[in-house]
Design a protein around this ligand. Sequence first.
Ligand SMILES: C[S@@+](CC[C@H](N)C(=O)[O-])C[C@H]1O[C@@H](n2cnc3c(N)ncnc32)[C@H](O)[C@@H]1O
Length: 270
Amino acid sequence: MGIDEFEELKKKISKDKNFSCSQYKDPYLKRRFAIRMRATGTKSYREYMSLLNTDKEEYPILLNVLTVNVTEFFRDAPVFEEVKRVMGAMIKGKQEGKKTFARIWSAGCSNGSEAHTVAILADQILSSHVDDFKVNIYATDIDPDSIKAGREGVYKPDLLKGVNASYMKKYFTEVDGNYQVVEPIRKMITFKRNDLINEQPLRTMDMILCRNVVIYFSRELQEKLFMNFYNALNDGGYFIMGKTETLVGPAKDKFVPINNKERIYQKQAG
Ligand SMILES: C[S@@+](CC[C@H](N)C(=O)[O-])C[C@H]1O[C@@H](n2cnc3c(N)ncnc32)[C@H](O)[C@@H]1O
């Protein structure tokens, strides 16, 4: 893919949308363009520029993709109340079956705010009444910078608005005006780069959160991805998607809704 076409695409976006691409580094832009080109099946910047001319849905999606890794702790708070509830039930069920661990996947994790939120909730459940049980959280994203940020676990105060005072005190330490998640919580999470479209999904999960990610994908890819998540879950496992996202395709008839409003679904046994 030519450097000229890449420069041309940047200029086109700036001109058409008055959106300055120069605020971003080239490798970041290339990775973001690649996300949309994969999703739309366009094979060159030239082809993608033609698509931008003909498909009026594409520009808003591209601009979203360029401006987001947007995320925050306890994003959509009521979802996490429900997540805590189902996670409690899941851990109880596992313990009754003499299991000693659960596996949770934050797919499209951005800088790890969601994964750390889940880890905090798991710690709340475990430290109040569960002994000898581990919650292992896997957090993946296509963007290496996000993975690096997740591993560091240092966050600006505006990402922490949804964290209550007692959690702030227990789970964060201040570092130069930002806040780092304490080590025991960070250690619950394994961050790993993974492309949800082109790479193998993780397996044998008890809960998968894939929130505010598939909005950027074509319907066909969404359907495929939802089935991948279905297959990646153990029987009884939970799938949680973003509040503005909708379950489509064959997975829609396989998952059982647990809470439609909060977009929580379960894979039944058998
Ligand atoms: C808006 S963030 C969502 C973060 C978090 N799940 C939340 O809801 O707060 C979307 C993330 O999806 C990631 N993403 C986009 N395409 C991806 C792909 N093909 N594979 C893995 N991650 C992807 C982006 O890099 C970005 O970090």
